[in-house]
Ligand binder design. Structure first.
Ligand code: ATP
Length: 235
């Protein structure tokens, strides 16, 4: 896994005739195998930034390079394929499929990428075990607690062995105790699976755990702090 690099990235939304500049001249390198948090006030552009890194959306200006791949140049089909194979997503509302069991939710991305049945089973059982849900595979999301749902979502995000997991406010709908357990689990999974994690969060618990922190305000980066590095980049 290489870095994620954003060069002079801009994104504007159009609301009727009004232009809403969501991101302005973003220059950022997300380092591989690190736990990076993106924070900033409501409306500062966190979700927009994650969506660009996650190939869910495209920039209006600039370049987004994920693992040496200039993803802003990919066709829609190539972008979907890249997303399915290389990226995992965790959402604040869990976004599990309600009619599928926990097992089937984790298996779903592996069906999309054509992983053979035996490997799928091993992978899903291994991940459910790793997130502490070995005995809940048959439960549907409605039969699980919020923390358990987010554990399923973590297992699902890691199922295709992504190089990068993106998490949009992953602890926002959890109480602080459950949120802390989820952060600890994500930290462990990040380490065990040798993957990069990028979060958006207001949660101080997430900040305390992060290797790197990127602060946004009004669509611009105001500061980047990297743990274990001598200086702090200020802008
Ligand atoms: N689909 C959209 N259409 C128009 N404007 C949008 C759209 N999505 C986001 N915006 C605007 O873009 C800006 C950045 O929004 P974004 O959701 O990225 O911020 P955020 O930091 O994630 O906010 P929050 O913490 O409230 O989730 C805001 O001004 C928002 O109103």
């Amino acid at each position: 896994m290489h870095s994620i690099i954003l060069k002079h990235v801009g994104k504007v939304y159009h609301l009727d005739s009004v232009e809403v500049p969501a991101l302005v001249d973003i220059n950022l390198e997300i380092l591989p195998r690190r736990f990076t948090v993106i924070s900033g006030p409501s409306g500062s552009g966190k979700t927009t930034l994650l969506n660009l890194m996650g190939c869910i959306d495209r920039p209006d200006q600039g370049e987004v390079i994920v693992d040496n791949q200039p993803v802003h140049l990919l066709s829609d089909d190539a972008l979907s394929d890249f997303r399915a194979r290389h990226l995992g997503f965790i959402f604040q509302n869990f976004n599990l499929l309600p009619v599928l069991s926990a097992y089937e939710n984790v298996e779903y991305p592996l069906l999309l990428t054509g992983v053979p049945a035996k490997q799928r089973r091993e992978r899903v059982l291994g991940l459910l075990d790793a997130v502490g849900l070995a005995d809940k595979g048959n439960n549907r999301p409605g039969q699980l607690s919020g923390g358990q749902r987010q554990r399923v979502a973590i297992a699902r995000a890691l199922a295709p062995a992504p190089m990068l997991v993106l998490a949009d406010e992953p602890t926002a709908n959890l109480d602080s105790h459950t949120g802390a357990a989820i952060i600890a689990l994500m930290r462990k999974m990040q380490h065990d699976h040798d993957v990069s994690f990028v979060f958006s969060s207001h949660d101080p618990q997430v900040h305390a755990e992060a290797d790197d922190a990127v602060f946004l305000r009004d669509g611009r980066i105001t500061s980047i702090q990297r743990r274990d590095e001598p200086g702090t980049e200020k802008r």
